[in-house]
Write a protein that binds this ligand. Structure first.
Ligand code: ADP
Ligand code: ZN
Ligand code: ZN
Length: 725
């Protein structure tokens, strides 16, 4: 009896919101699954696709149902992503089953065979470009396509060429002459001289690139701290070129809203093709990209937050653009930070990581200051554009129209007349943040949140921005019946209406969450803006992120004060980033830009520090305050959140959690959240602060001992929370 015990039991992570794993018998008809393989299992009357996480666990039950089918012979996730999944589960204190369910592309939750993924590409066969071009003198269509392929580095996807209008028959003609060949793989492009394709780097950029290239073969996290328009993207492109030249893959993470056709086009123009992954894609398309990355069939992947959870065959570089952006932090389920996960992956794979921003997060600045990241700077605008001039507009005692000062409207008129575009930034969507009755003081409040409902005009309604509740807009007061309620405060719709009144002949484009619900509409608007004719752009922070609007010469910040008044400890950092980012949209081309900032508190020390000392001076000052208060990034924190329709139950649950936490942690609460109730659920939170990460994690692991969660409570552990509301 020397044979090891036969493998009979698989422990399976099932995609259900339960913090536990399930054991199944492996029937004799099925092969032994690998750890990480997909298996089909019966689960309360349904058939689900789960992931085998262990074989023959010692504590398996005796009475088990058999699993239905073993789908994969190998670990579906691959070695690196599997390791990452386990790290995610431990770091973010999230059940492994749910982590795996998050990582598994939706379309892989079936027993169907995996689709083939090779995308058709076309490649030049020779390198004597001039002679071959000349040989096509009598076939102008073929010559044009040939030259386009040269400009794309000798390689392009069939879909890109199709989208650019090249006919397949022309490709076939070139193929018949032996000048191009079809490749299933997006292989290594042949090396071609491409003069005129790239910009001549300025000396700052040159220095940065040399530094980065010297550290391509190791774990090398770098903060590229470069002002808006300083040519960071150009650096990414050059570095990526090097990595692709070494035959390795590149992942580029961008903020949610920055994933526009313009961004992707810049990469495609340089490299012939770039794959894209984002949350709005179909499951099937996502799986395709996932598999192509895992099989080494794609070279560049550009994506938003979740793209960091893609497996790669041979990843050689990760770039995180606008690394300070809040959208990199997932706010529910597995609450990971894509930026922090990128650091982990780079470390695991021993590859470089490039974090770029004009307004780096305090975490990254701190990591640079303590030597964990190398910091490289770009202090000048590339291509000769000047840094915009700032003006403060003191609103006290001034006449305003819908929140816009008469001076601001005058300056707006001047810029439009001079042929420029004007960007008006107001971080509040809707028409007015509240609606009042002038007679009886009634106010439109959300019954589920006790917060003012925002009045919207198009489409008309009262909307609660916390829970999403929608009520019809009433003409008359529901309390006293008075007709004519008063909208109080400014939203983007109101400013839009005022701007249309003042400038009736020019287009006004509003960009906020209400108008960009449809991606097609956003893209159409961005395209119109890129044409560059005089126009007004009004919008929320969506306008601040990563756009390059060459013709914007004036940026107006309608209300700079609101953000600095928020109780969240990150509010000053976030507000400063927003102001600098939105200001950075001004004057990115030949014409110098101006920035006007309206404020009721021109002496606000935070605002003054930002304008007088710039973002870095501001950050240095605020970091001192964080250090004095022993807040992140000086000490790590975690936030436990609970929610219930019954306040005392939510509170009690956190007390139970608190009792499990060791004395090595500082614990504050439970206390009601700043917004105490959303959608009829009471919200409590418990803040945990620790001297260092080891202590934080060791302590928080004790929460595994919590009893099963009562049905009427929602509970989340948020490690390194971004919002502490
Ligand atoms: P960032 O990413 O830092 O905002 P970009 O890379 O988008 O900056 O560059 C801003 C603008 O300057 C772009 O229009 C870009 O084409 C241009 N640019 C970048 N580098 C150079 C350079 N070395 N010479 C001329 N123009 C440049
Ligand atoms: Zn009334
Ligand atoms: Zn509400």
């Amino acid at each position: 009896m020397s044979d090891p015990a036969p493998i009979r039991v698989a422990r399976v992570a099932v995609p259900v919101p339960l913090d536990r794993l399930f054991d199944y018998l492996i029937p004799a008809s099925e092969p032994t699954p690998a750890v990480g393989a997909r298996v089909q299992v019966p689960f309360s009357g349904r058939r689900l696709i789960g992931i085998c996480v262990a074989l023959n666990p010692e504590d398996a039950h005796k009475q088990l149902k058999p699993l239905l089918r073993v789908i994969d012979q190998e670990n579906f996730f691959g070695e690196h992503l599997w390791e990452l999944a386990n790290w995610l589960a431990d770091y973010y204190q999230h059940p492994l089953g749910e982590v795996l369910a998050t990582l598994l592309p939706g379309a892989a939750r079936s027993v169907e065979k995996l689709p083939a993924t090779t995308e058709e590409h076309w490649q030049l066969t020779g390198t004597d470009v001039d002679a071959e071009t000349a040989s096509l003198a009598r076939a102008p269509k073929q010559q044009v396509l040939y030259q386009r392929l040269v400009a794309l580095g000798g390689l392009a996807s069939a879909s890109l060429l199709r989208s650019e209008g090249y006919a397949r028959t022309v490709l076939k003609a070139l193929q018949a002459k032996g000048l191009v060949r079809r490749t299933a793989h997006h292989g290594k492009p042949p090396s071609l001289e491409r003069p005129g394709e790239r910009l001549e780097l300025n000396s700052e950029q040159q220095h940065v690139l040399v530094e980065l290239v010297s550290r391509l073969q190791q774990f090398a996290p770098t903060l590229l701290n470069g002002i808006t328009g300083s040519g960071k993207t150009e650096i990414y492109l050059r570095l990526i070129e090097q990595v692709l030249g070494n035959g390795r893959q590149v992942l580029v993470l961008v903020p949610e809203i920055a994933l526009t056709p313009q961004t992707v086009a810049r990469f495609e123009q340089r490299f012939g093709s770039a794959a894209v992954i984002h949350s709005a894609m179909t499951d099937r398309a996502r799986l395709q990209v996932w598999l192509r990355a895992a099989r080494g069939e794609l070279q560049i992947l550009i994506g938003t937050r979740s793209a960091v959870l893609t497996p790669f065959a041979d990843l050689g570089l990760i770039v995180v653009d606008e690394e300070h952006d809040a959208s990199f932090k997932q706010q529910d389920g597995l609450r990971y930070s894509a930026r922090d996960v990128a650091v982990k992956i780079a470390q695991q794979l021993k590859i470089p990581l490039l974090l770029g921003s004009a307004t780096p997060s305090f975490e990254s600045l701190h990591n640079a200051a303590t030597g964990r990241y190398q910091q490289l700077r770009l202090t000048e605008r590339a291509g000769g554009a000047a840094v915009p001039g700032f003006h403060l507009l003191d609103l006290r005692g001034r006449k305003l129209d819908s929140g816009l000062a008469d001076d601001l409207l005058r300056v707006t008129g001047r810029h439009l007349k001079a042929g420029g575009q004007v960007l008006v930034f107001l971080n509040r969507r809707g028409f007015a943040p509240s609606l009042l009755c002038g007679q009886c003081n009634w106010r439109a409040l959300c019954p589920g949140c006790d917060r003012p409902m925002t009045m919207h005009r198009s489409p008309a309604g009262l909307i609660c921005h916390h829970c999403g509740r929608r009520d019809p807009l009433t003409e008359s007061c529901p309390e006293c019946g008075k007709v004519g309620l008063i909208p109080v405060g400014q939203g983007t719709q109101r400013a839009e209406a005022a701007l249309r009144r003042h400038f009736p002949d020019l287009p006004v484009y509003r960009i906020d969450r209400d108008t960009v619900r449809s991606r097609a509409r956003l893209e159409a608007q961005l395209e119109a803006i890129h044409e560059g004719h005089p126009a007004i752009l009004i919008g929320t922070q969506m306008l601040a992120k990563g756009h390059h609007f060459p013709n914007v010469t004036l940026v107006a910040v309608v209300n700079a004060d609101s953000g600095f008044l928020s109780p969240d400890f990150r509010a000053p950092e976030r507000t400063a980033q927003l102001i600098i980012q939105v200001a950075g949209r001004a004057g990115r081309a030949e014409r110098r830009g101006e920035v006007y900032i309206q404020t009721y508190q021109p002496d606000n020390p935070l605002l003054k520090a930002l304008l007088e000392q710039g973002y870095e001076g501001f950050a240095a000052r605020e970091l001192e305050a964080r250090q004095a208060q022993e807040l992140p990034p000086f000490r790590p924190i975690a936030l436990l959140r609970s929610e219930s329709s019954n306040a005392s139950v939510a509170n009690q649950w956190l007390n139970q959690a608190r009792a499990l936490l060791p004395d090595s942690l500082e614990v504050y609460g439970p206390a009601p959240a700043i917004i105490e109730r959303i959608a009829d659920r009471w919200r409590f939170q418990l803040l945990i602060v620790a001297r260092n990460r080891q202590i934080l994690h060791a302590g928080v692991r004790n929460l595994k001992k919590l009893p099963p969660l009562p049905a009427n409570v929602r509970f989340a552990i948020d490690i390194d929370p971004y919002d502490t509301f």
